[in-house]
Design a protein. Structure first.
Length: 595
């Protein structure tokens, strides 16, 4: 998918920008006031990024429509923790939460209350102490107004102060969910009460106006703050008074003084800058990335061999199970058996995907350990392209080929439309493989690529046969949230109304029950059985078909200026999260400039 976030709904804007050589100048120039000119940041002190920003940042507001900038993405795909901070940070490598502003958390009152202890050393970059008042204030903003942080209140009854450094999160009595309570303490940027309560008043206590505040003068708790932002470049500068140099946190400052992102006009420009040692961390899809190091560029990926990137999401072929023909699980299984997944991997992903192992889970140790993999194997497809097996299934089920070669039964023909947004080239390549693969089993699945807004509306209202989209990726609440968004029929509106999960409108009471149980189960053995049972239902009913694995981010680095980037097997346990997201920020403290 060119120039768009992995989880966003909108296509990014293509904006013309200038990337002159002076933007990468190696010598520092001082202004009369002693500050460094943005046009000449010292190269050995500046960590350059690409692929996170494709236009001028419109806001730096953590509760704005686009979320917090650091750099802000046009579709808010990835949270940033280097300006504002959360209580805890998720690590995809081991599935655990690590303390950031929070020191630790414990469950109380039979798990109904989550008690968080804060780190006393934490303070805002204006010197004011960060306390429980700030935490409670931040969460209750989302209760008071409809903001981008309000969804956590579906799972909370209260957030209350116990003392200056203890906060309790009270689970919902109507919708109790331990996983989403943990999500709540790892997903919300904590904001300074002494700043934002004044802004509330200025906004007339209007939530919509509060979200519109640009927030250029960011008072926050993270290691960096905004230095400069225009239509060519965004720069953050290190806060040398950052509280994280306290022994209770990192014990030091990150070595890069500046984090900078030149706004490139397209992927090709960003790739050229990476190859030319002008970008240090890239979050762009690079076709045949190995050609960079084969050509002599000091470029690396997190994994040294295919698939090069760690799986983070599953783009699905979502099936409208209420469409005639597609309401038959045999038809859905035949589609799954006939698809050439290796060709999708080659054509759409340059091989950046592990071999498909059908389930609701990613092929990572953390997620695969949740199930009895041997129990799932008899029901999994995709080891080979099984055209013969798929044809036999359809024959036995009474789906006969007509004179045109298309199967039909009781007046219903297996002719369908499959869609994804126009311009999403890798997904389009995937659907072309689906279309061609299913011809061999007597189906006519023709592709349709409308504008993104049209496709999203089709999908959400159920006005489609088949479509391609990704459900939830990684996080402390996943894979549970992925399973919920793929299969749960709880609070699912009827076709014609707008849905925000389970777009194929699949419904199975037993699956709903298992999803609810999984959210609150703590016994490992019981949890494994629940996860195995849910995946067996998925494999038998097939409400959607995973087509590939995509990384949460495309993490590619250039080591010409900086070294110490997170790499597989380096013993740090730091994930390939661009040194910007979740536990990935720990990577900033391992970096050092080459001399």
């Amino acid at each position: 998918m060119m120039k768009r976030g992995l989880r966003g709904l909108a296509l990014v804007l293509t904006l013309v920008c200038v990337v002159p050589a002076m933007l990468f100048a190696t010598g520092a120039q001082e202004t009369a006031s002693g500050t460094t000119k943005v046009s000449s940041l010292p190269r050995s002190e500046t960590l350059y990024f690409n692929g996170l920003q494709w236009g001028t940042a419109a806001s730096h507001n953590p509760i704005g429509a686009s979320g917090v900038d650091a750099f802000i993405t046009n579709n808010n795909a990835i949270p940033r923790l280097v300006i504002y901070e959360t209580l805890f940070a998720y690590n995809q490598m081991d599935g655990k939460l690590y303390g950031l502003l929070g020191k630790d958390y414990t469950w109380k009152d039979d798990g109904k209350v989550l008690s968080v202890t804060l780190k006393p050393a934490a303070h805002w970059n204006d010197g004011v102490a960060l306390t429980a008042d700030d935490v409670v204030y931040t969460y209750k903003l989302g209760q008071k107004y409809m903001l981008n942080i309000s969804s956590v209140w579906s799972y909370l009854d209260d957030v209350r102060k116990v003392d200056d450094y203890t906060v309790e999160f009270v689970g919902s009595s109507k919708n109790y969910n331990r996983l989403m309570m943990e999500y709540a303490i790892s997903a919300i940027y904590i904001m300074p009460k002494h700043i934002w309560e004044k802004r509330e008043a200025e906004a007339g206590n209007d939530g919509a106006k509060l979200m519109q505040i640009v927030n250029e003068d960011t008072v926050a708790s993270g290691p960096y703050k905004l230095y400069s932002s225009d239509d060519t470049k965004i720069v953050l500068v290190r806060d040398d008074n950052y509280w994280g140099k306290d022994p209770s946190m990192f014990g030091k400052l990150p070595e890069p003084k500046y984090l900078a992102h030149n706004i490139f006009k397209d992927n090709a420009s960003g790739d050229a800058a990476l190859r030319a040692n002008q970008v240090d961390i890239s979050q762009q899809f690079i076709s045949q990335v190995w050609k960079m190091w084969e050509g002599g560029a000091p470029v690396k990926t997190y994994l040294s061999e295919l698939p090069y990137y760690v799986p983070g999401t599953i783009p699905w072929l979502i099936i409208n199970v209420h469409k005639s023909g597609l309401d038959d699980p045999v038809v859905r299984r035949a589609i799954a058996m006939s698809i050439d997944y290796s060709l999708i991997a080659k054509n759409a992903m340059s091989g950046y995907t592990a071999k498909m192992v059908p389930s609701l889970l990613l092929p990572t140790d953390v997620e695969q350990s949740l199930v009895d993999t041997n129990a799932l194997k008899p029901y999994q497809w995709g080891a080979t392209v099984d055209v013969a097996g798929a044809n036999k299934l359809l024959d036995d089920a009474g789906w006969k080929k007509g004179s045109d070669g298309i199967r039909e039964k009781n007046g219903v023909k297996l002719s369908f439309k499959v869609e994804c947004p126009s311009g999403w080239s890798d997904w389009q390549a995937s659907l072309e493989v689906v279309s061609q693969s299913t011809k061999a089993i007597g189906m006519d699945i023709h592709t349709y690529y409308p504008e993104a807004g049209v496709m999203i509306n089709d999908m959400q209202t159920g006005n489609f046969d088949l479509c391609m989209y990704s459900y939830s990726g990684i996080g402390i609440s996943s894979p549970w949230d992925r399973a919920r968004t793929a299969m749960s029929s709880v609070d699912l509106p009827a076709i014609g109304q707008t849905a925000y999960h389970n777009y194929g409108r699949y419904s199975n009471p037993e699956a709903d029950k298992l999803i609810q149980q999984i959210a609150n189960e703590t016994d490992p053995a019981t949890l494994k059985k629940l996860w195995t049972d849910l995946n067996l239902i998925y494999l038998k009913d097939i409400p959607c078909i995973g087509l590939m694995y995509r990384p949460n981010v495309f993490y590619t680095v250039n080591t010409s200026v900086w070294d110490g980037f997170p790499m597989n097997g380096d013993g740090t346990n730091v994930p390939p999260a661009l040194c910007m997201d979740g536990y990935g920020i720990w990577g900033l403290y391992n970096l050092h400039a080459k001399k």
